[in-house]
Design a protein around this ligand. Structure first.
Ligand code: SF4
Ligand code: SF4
Length: 65
């Protein structure tokens, strides 16, 4: 399952964008979004967000990693 973004909590700091190994996260002035095609469901983005703006459900729905 790809991460779910809580837009109200996001402060657009960009940390999640930096850690995403596949550049699946796009930062725009109105918020971030995740390009599902590139997301490998690693969970790095959720783990670095200090504002709990990204949630990811485990166990993973695929075995891509
Ligand atoms: S790390 Fe969290 S607060 Fe920062 S841009 Fe990503 S979702 Fe938003
Ligand atoms: S789960 Fe991993 S691949 Fe998907 S958006 Fe987050 S950091 Fe990128």
């Amino acid at each position: 399952m790809i991460p779910f973004i809580l837009k109200d909590l996001c402060v657009l700091c960009g940390k999640c964008v930096e850690v995403c190994p596949t550049q699946a996260i796009v930062l725009e002035k109105n918020g971030i979004y995740i390009n599902e095609e590139f997301c490998e469901e690693c969970g790095y983005c959720a783990s670095v967000c200090l504002y709990n703006a990204i949630n990811i459900s485990f166990p993973l729905s695929t075995n891509k990693i």
